[in-house]
Design a protein around this ligand. Sequence first.
Ligand code: CO8
Length: 260
Amino acid sequence: MSLEFTCIATYIPQPGVGAIQLNRPQVLNALSLQTMIELVQAFEAYDADPSIRCIVLHGNEKAFAAGADITEMSDATLTTMLERDQFARWERIRTVKTPIIAAVSGFALGGGCELAMHADMIVASDTAQFGQPEINIGVMPGAGGTQRLTRAVGKALAMEIVLTGRMISATQAQAAGLVNRVVPVDYYLQEAFALAGDVASKAPVAARLAKEAVLKAHSTTLEGGLEFERKNFYMLFATDDQKEGMAAFVEKRKPEWKGK
Ligand code: CO8
């Protein structure tokens, strides 16, 4: 990737996997406007690169991200917020087709928690803390927290997190269904990359259509979702990879994916 970044860093930890690191440690990776601009650029560049089959987003050990940049937001008015139209950028992250894994250590708060929930899976270190503390600064979640958190952990816990601003631990988050797995802090990135490697080794078009279909479950009726799933399933029979995957099974060999 030849883009220049100041708030994030991108690198390829292993073939097929694109990593994005939030890189403003001095403010616990607070999500400034510039950070969001760069994040969208990085996600979209990976999404357009056929060699990238899974994206891992992470911060550092102390913080995934402690929320939107409060300093930058403190003087905002309704008009400036409307003019900035920040949520258009979040929408672009929502529509990334490549599977995304958030590797979370330390604080994932407010917009940070919401960003982690934009990922398709979350690998957490045992020091991770999740929360929606916006209520403590006179606002409420705005980047999907009330919706995605509620769908992930249920109404009772979501209400408690949103109305009290209290954080939950990685183990609580896993028990509640927010997090896929919790591993010691020294290994959380390794674990996220291993999971990403597993996803990256699968048929890429199938992975994208499967991601799209699972996400659809959050925005449609069961009937609509089943129809959507069936359409995506049928579409895969137009790919070379379906022929290759099934032939490889029959011939008892490893498939070689073309991503077509
Ligand atoms: N924004 C700006 N700066 C921050 C943020 C933030 N969200 N979080 C931490 N910082 C800064 C601190 O000001 C401090 O800077 P300095 O060293 O210059 O004083 C530095 O990071 C280190 O932080 P602390 O000294 O506070 O570290 P502690 O370990 O004592 O505390 C906490 C860590 C508990 C995480 C604490 O920093 C905190 O409460 N942070 C704010 C958390 C928060 O309220 N997040 C929600 C923000 S609102 C939001 O996310 C709305 C999202 C809506 C969608 C986005 C679209 C705009």
